[in-house]
Design a protein around this ligand. Structure first.
Ligand code: SAM
Length: 455
């Protein structure tokens, strides 16, 4: 229990009466202010990357401060369940709902003290300053001071006792337990506690060993190059010349399931930002890259230009897309909850709910049905999602086979996906988990199934 029980949290005298914006530049506070603003946007529903992109205070930060602000937000989201638990243990009563910003200041303080190992005096005093500089939070500055000190002293022990489950919303945990079982679910949640390494896919024909040594990277059995720690991607060797692109190793596997597509007509039905379009183009396919979002399709264009490759780009809703010619193969990397990418997007557990899952699963089955109408007889559809949710993966494959007697599943073999036998399901689909390749830094959670339209 807190020793601040009974303390008046709001003291009118402490409230600054001046307007709240803009704040004077303060090199010590600026990164924390930006982090707070980003958390604010996320709580309004923005995704982490969008929230960062829309925060001017973040844009103004210089290199190390930018890195600190990003780490502060990411780790706060990654450990939010645990951090809230620790804060809650020191609060004698919950903060009023309208004090969401105070809670965010406390979360940022706890992340600095318990995870980023920021010196306690800096973490505490900047948190108090953050509270004090805004009218709506100034009355809580004393509370922030007292709580942050307590968290610094007793928080590490409290945090160490919390299981990985604490950082997973209960609906998500229950859904994984149902589909993966308790052991794998725990391993997945453990894997989510770490940031993902940087994986690179090389353009076809590039010398893998040469690039591994130039980039100081490890060659994975899947063919990806892995860099344990890389901060500024565009400054890496080979970026400007377009020899490679960033792509989690799990994300590189679905295209491999299409086999040799050289000279074939392949539709990439949800293409942006283009990782899989680049893979297909690189192996000599004639690629039609479709995406509903023009802005995101621009990124496919930029990626193709940088890597000096070609694809036909079509801005269109996949459900309405009718090509002039049917395809030999289709890759359908459908929009999904993206729960397989929580290591990179730690906002997902707090932004994606079960309602979104139901709507997405409905869209995915419509997309599968439509994609099958665009295939030549004998053509192949690889359907994949970067999701851990059964409804978006295994259940979609099963339901598609039940709906279409004209379709058969072509089971995946481990040697097609770098020998990852544990990622081949009993039904013959691919299911990777963040806990796989654990000794090398894990991989994204992906599902893929390969379906063939009978000739
Ligand atoms: C998982 S991402 C695709 C990632 C991409 N395949 C890659 O490897 O870089 C899903 C994409 O689907 C697009 N999308 C969502 N709904 C769509 C629709 N109805 N029709 C076409 N594209 C859609 C989104 O704009 C997004 O770019």
């Amino acid at each position: 229990m807190s020793d601040i029980a009974g303390q008046a949290w709001l003291s009118a005298a402490a409230m600054p009466q001046s307007s709240e914006q803009p704040f004077p530049d303060n090199p010590v506070l600026d990164a924390r202010r930006a982090a707070l603003e980003i958390l604010d946007r996320i709580s309004e529903g923005a995704a982490l990357d969008d929230a960062i992109a829309r925060t001017r205070g973040f844009e103004r930060l210089e290199g190390p401060d930018r890195g600190f602000a990003r780490a502060l937000v990411s780790e706060t989201l990654r450990r939010r369940g645990s951090i809230d638990h620790v804060i809650g243990a020191f609060l004698d009563r919950p903060l009023p709902k309208k004090s969401a910003r105070v809670m965010d200041i406390l979360r940022l303080a706890a992340t600095q003290l318990l995870i980023l190992e920021t010196p306690a005096h800096a973490a505490v005093s900047t948190s108090v300053d953050l509270a004090a500089e805004r009218r709506e939070t100034a009355g809580y500055a004393k509370l922030v001071n007292a709580l942050a000190r307590k968290i610094g002293k007793a928080g590490p022990e409290a945090l160490a006792k919390l299981p990985a489950r604490t950082d997973t919303p209960s609906w998500m945990w229950r859904s994984w337990e149902r589909s993966l079982g308790p052991v794998k679910t725990r391993a997945v949640a453990e894997a989510h506690r770490s940031f993902a390494p940087l994986d690179i896919t090389l353009k076809s024909g590039e010398d893998t060993n040469n690039w591994a040594s130039r980039l100081g990277a490890e060659l994975l059995s899947t063919g990806s190059l892995r860099i344990a720690k890389a901060s500024d991607v565009p400054s890496l060797d080979g970026f400007d010349e377009g020899a490679w692109w960033v792509q989690d190793t799990a994300a590189s596997l679905p295209v491999k399931l299409l086999g040799d597509v050289s000279g074939k007509r392949v539709i990439d039905l949800c293409a942006a930002p283009g990782g899989k379009t680049l893979q297909l183009a690189s192996t000599g396919a004639h690629v039609v890259a479709v995406d509903k979002s023009g802005a995101r399709l621009e990124r496919v264009k930029e990626n193709l230009e940088r890597t000096k490759m070609k694809a036909e780009l079509v801005e269109e809703d996949a459900l309405r897309f009718r090509p002039s010619e049917k395809a030999d193969a289709i890759l359908l990397d459908a929009p999904c909850t993206a729960t397989g990418t929580i290591r990179r997007h730690p906002d997902i557990p707090w932004s994606k709910g079960e309602t979104a899952l139901t709507a997405l699963a409905d869209l995915q089955s419509k997309m599968i049905d439509h994609a099958l109408t665009l295939l030549k007889p004998g053509g192949m559809l690889v359907y994949c999602v970067c999701s851990l949710q059964r409804e978006e993966g295994e259940a979609q494959a099963k339901a598609a086979l039940a709906r279409h007697s004209s379709v058969e599943r072509l089971p995946v073999a481990a040697d097609e996906i770098g020998g990852l036998a544990e990622a081949v399901t009993r039904d013959g689909d691919m299911r990777t988990l963040p806990s796989m390749l654990a000794d090398k830094g894990g991989m994204d959670g992906f599902f893929a199934t390969r379906l063939r339209l009978r000739a």
